[in-house]
Design a protein around this ligand. Structure first.
Ligand SMILES: Nc1ncnc2c1ncn2[C@@H]1O[C@H](COP(=O)(O)OP(=O)(O)OP(=O)(O)O)[C@@H](O)[C@H]1O
Length: 255
């Protein structure tokens, strides 16, 4: 087996500022109060992913999932530890991230595709297919700054799935899309799986994780809480407790 991702004792620290203005800060300092704190968004996380594995990355809000994906994608560096990846990485880890707000959707396709390492010729060849998948009509030629979050997500996902990547990162991509779009995305994710590409799939939906993944990693306040089978992972995080809970209805069994 070939290792696709190696996360070795990785920590990432952020600063939490308690005040937004200089005045508030000055008042806090004069009273001897803290103005900022540091905290670990990721705390000594270690695991390996083999090529072709589909990992469901789960955890409560703020547990560090997106931060971990950003480190895997290479847009952020760890403060401690190492992140090693093999092959080309594509995916959607933050809706609208990487889009230039004043450029049109069409122009952003070229910009974003270049960031993923696609040549202009390759992008031109895939342009119609990307626009078709995004399916946002004439608004493909309007400024991305005016897009709804769903439209941002549609365009971002459409570009990402057209990159010939070895590792695909999907962070809540389906959360803002409507049902027909979610179904289309799930079909693409199935294709990615069949092609033997490595998948990192962040979701709060036990149903969709069960459908897509063969392993679950649970982050708890930045620490690795669980790493193992899908059913066990879902049970660990108690997402199987409440049948018909909102996450199931939103993204689960109905896809
Ligand atoms: N650039 C940043 N600067 C400061 N704090 C940050 C930054 N990015 C993330 N954080 C903080 O790090 C913690 C982890 O955030 P992260 O987005 O990784 O969580 P998550 O598990 O993806 O959450 P969610 O399920 O809500 O998407 C949060 O407390 C968040 O506020």
């Amino acid at each position: 087996m070939t290792t696709a991702i190696k996360i070795d004792h990785v920590s990432k620290e952020f600063t939490l500022n308690y005040h937004r203005t200089m005045k508030q800060m000055a008042v806090a300092v004069s009273k001897g109060n803290k103005v900022r704190d540091k905290f670990l968004a990721l705390d000594d996380v270690t695991f390996e992913v083999q090529q072709g594995e589909a990992i469901g990355l789960m955890g409560l809000n703020g547990s560090g999932k997106s931060t971990l994906l950003k480190l895997v994608q290479g847009v952020m560096r760890p403060d401690r530890g190492t992140v090693r990846t093999r092959g080309r990485i594509a995916g959607l880890i933050a809706t609208g991230a990487g889009f230039h707000q004043q450029l049109s959707g069409r122009e952003n396709i070229f910009l974003n595709a270049a960031v993923f390492g696609m040549s202009e010729a390759e992008t031109k060849r895939k342009l119609d297919s990307i626009i078709d998948f995004a399916d946002i009509g004439k608004q493909i030629d309007t400024e991305v700054g005016f897009y709804s979050s769903g439209m941002n997500s549609r365009l971002g996902f459409a570009i990402a799935i057209h990159v010939d990547s070895d590792i695909f990162l999907a962070d809540e991509v389906l959360a803002v899309g409507d049902k027909p779009f979610r179904q289309k995305c799930m079909a693409k994710i199935d294709e990615i799986r069949k092609e033997g590409r490595t998948l990192f799939y962040v979701s709060h939906s036990a149903g969709s994780v069960e459908r897509v993944c063969d392993r679950v990693i649970v982050l708890e306040k930045g620490r690795l809480g669980f790493d193992g089978g899908v059913k066990e992972g879902i049970a660990y995080i108690h997402y199987d407790d409440e049948p018909g809970a909102p996450d199931e209805g939103a993204l689960g069994a109905d896809i």
